[in-house]
Ligand binder design. Structure first.
Ligand code: 1PR
Length: 524
């Protein structure tokens, strides 16, 4: 029996699912006494350091946790569950940590995109029981803006490189904590979790650790989901966002099954977009929550969900915040949420008023769950203009002139699945969302969507150079070469595709074998 510390912020479902997949019985802690009586404890931390520590104190968990750690019973901390062990964090300097390990948590200081999101390697600094059957050259899933800085190097179990070498796992006695997410790291992550569950194994050192680790470019499968005319929830796919063929919604399969297939093929992440979420209230739209719950039982890579994440007033006048909607998604198995239409309206308001309210969905969700959990999905459309001065927007000079020979264009943001164009450009949207706390950009392109003609490299370069958070290139992938092109010609951290995967034109495994030795990837 493993006790799991759920302090109510974030996706603990995936950890429970991973432990249960390994045949373990999980008891979710509901009182301070449950911590005191636990024989083995897993602490998956998601969210932000300050919110986490405040909740631990409010619930009376902090003192029993300190005693548990001091008793040297088996403990596995994950991500913020690692940070909690330290004395303090730059993420919330006014709040103290548990202080079990001397040292602090500091923000990444690198020119690379922060948060550090994706699959990176580990270098073992010493032996551990969790390394059984781990070669050392596998990649694990990271998602964080802060990392630990122990005062005493003896506790360092692994390090990882991202701009510089940082500590990615610690071990002190039977207390182990990782920055990466084993529960989101596919089969190798499950293996590591299984090792933690097997008491009394001897300590081993992985034999194949590289001298330097590298973050992999991510390949993401995207599932656009909506109800069809018969009321079934289906994966659909549009051509430039038009998902109907001969009047009917295209049906390319069932969300849970397709996600399972993409996990098996080696997808590094899976994204669900509830494409009609803007008109339905997502908490009434229980099938999406069910899709997440079912998918996360068998899919151990990160899941993002988007569609309809905004404040909402139901027909009885009851108000729901975007934070409540997002919380439901996190509790059902989502690791990140993506905001589309609401982001456009938030940025319009910020630009009109010259400041933010602090209450927008982006700010609220990133405050509680951390910026790495907030993705902004942009649905831009190319608009040609005669020159940069023709519009009050950020324009680019394009190598593909417009119908009248125009050499400039801007990328107009749209809302409601491309139905409504707004007076806001994609570059400005991305910049303001980053300032508000967003952690990643999912950059679609309506002109390219479903065309199989390759990614819009000009758009991706324009947005990528304007922000410091990771950018996911999306729309237009037609073959494996397009993935190579987007990773060579732009600095995008990830590439997402839908149509070619759904129609089995190219498999994710084929994309990865093509990229192998050309681009850093996580092998299937
Ligand atoms: O506005 O917060 O409710 O979120 C709605 C979400 O649904 C947004 O993220 C928006 O991108 C998405 N969406 C809305 N309508 C559509 C549509 O297609 N009619 N799909 C839609 C967006 C674009 C990509 C697609 C890539 C790759 N889909 O996700 O998967 O373009 O396609 P490809 O590889 O086949 O070219 P909100």
């Amino acid at each position: 029996m493993t006790a799991l510390l759920d302090y109510g912020a974030g996706n603990v479902r995936s950890v429970i699912n991973a432990l249960e997949k390994l045949g373990e019985n999980v008891k979710v802690i509901t009182s301070p006494e449950d911590i005191s009586s636990a024989e083995r404890l897993v602490f998956p931390g998601v969210g932000s350091f300050g919110a986490m520590m405040n909740i631990l104190h409010d619930k009376g968990y902090a003192e029993p946790l300190k005693k548990y750690l001091a008793s040297d019973r088996p403990f596995l901390g994950i991500c913020l569950g690692l940070h909690a062990l330290f004395e303090s964090s730059e993420e919330a300097p006014e709040v103290s940590g548990l202080g079990f390990i001397p040292g602090r948590v500091i923000r990444f200081t690198t020119d690379l995109a922060v948060p550090h999101i994706g699959w990176n390697g580990i270098k073992a600094a010493g032996p551990s029981p969790i390394f059984h059957d781990i070669r050392g050259d596998e990649k694990f899933y990271f998602v964080h803006s802060f990392h630990v800085d122990p005062a005493d190097r003896d506790v360092v179990l692994t390090t990882t490189d991202y701009g510089y070498e940082f500590v990615s796992a610690v071990q002190r006695g039977r207390v182990i904590a990782t920055q990466f997410h084993p529960e989101k790291s596919g089969t190798v992550g499950l293996k590591l979790l299984g090792n933690f569950l097997t008491a009394g194994r001897e300590e081993v050192v992985p034999s194949h650790c590289a001298a330097t680790t590298h973050l992999a470019k991510r390949i993401i499968a995207c599932l656009d989901v909506r109800g069809n005319d018969q009321g079934d929830l289906v994966v659909t796919k549009g051509d430039q966002y038009d998902v109907r063929e001969k009047g009917a919604v295209r049906n390319l399969g069932k969300p849970v099954q397709l996600a399972g297939r993409y996990y098996e093929e080696g997808a590094d992440e899976i994204t669900f977009l509830n494409i009609t979420g803007f008109r339905d209230f997502p908490l009434k739209d229980l099938p999406m929550l069910e899709v997440l719950r079912e998918t996360s039982k068998n899919v151990f890579v990160p899941l993002t969900i988007g569609g309809g994440i905004r404040d909402y007033v139901d027909k009885d006048g009851k108000r729901y915040s975007a934070l409540e909607v997002a919380s439901q998604y996190f509790r059902s198995g989502a690791d990140k949420i993506s905001i589309g239409s609401d982001a456009v309206e938030i940025v319009e308001q910020v630009l009109a008023e010259g400041k933010s309210t602090g209450l927008s969905s982006i700010e609220q969700i990133s405050r509680v769950y951390g910026s790495q959990a907030v993705v902004i999905s942009i649905d831009p459309r190319r608009v040609y203009v005669s020159g940069p001065e023709a519009v009050p927007h950020q324009t680019i000079k394009t190598a593909t002139p417009g119908p009248n020979g125009e050499e400039y264009c801007w990328y107009q943001c749209t809302i409601k699945g491309g139905r409504e164009g707004r007076e806001l450009d994609a570059i400005t949207l991305a910049q303001v969302c980053q300032e508000l706390g967003a952690g990643e950009i999912l950059l679609n392109c309506i002109d390219k969507d479903g065309t199989n003609s390759g990614f819009d490299l000009e758009l991706i370069n324009a947005v990528k150079t304007a922000v410091t958070i990771p950018v996911i290139a999306s729309s237009g992938a037609g073959n494996a070469e397009h993935f190579l092109e987007v990773f060579v010609e732009t600095q995008a951290e990830a590439a997402l595709a839908a149509g070619i995967f759904h129609r089995r034109e190219v498999g994710i495994d084929e994309v990865k074998s093509f990229l192998r030795n050309k681009v850093e990837i996580r092998p299937c």
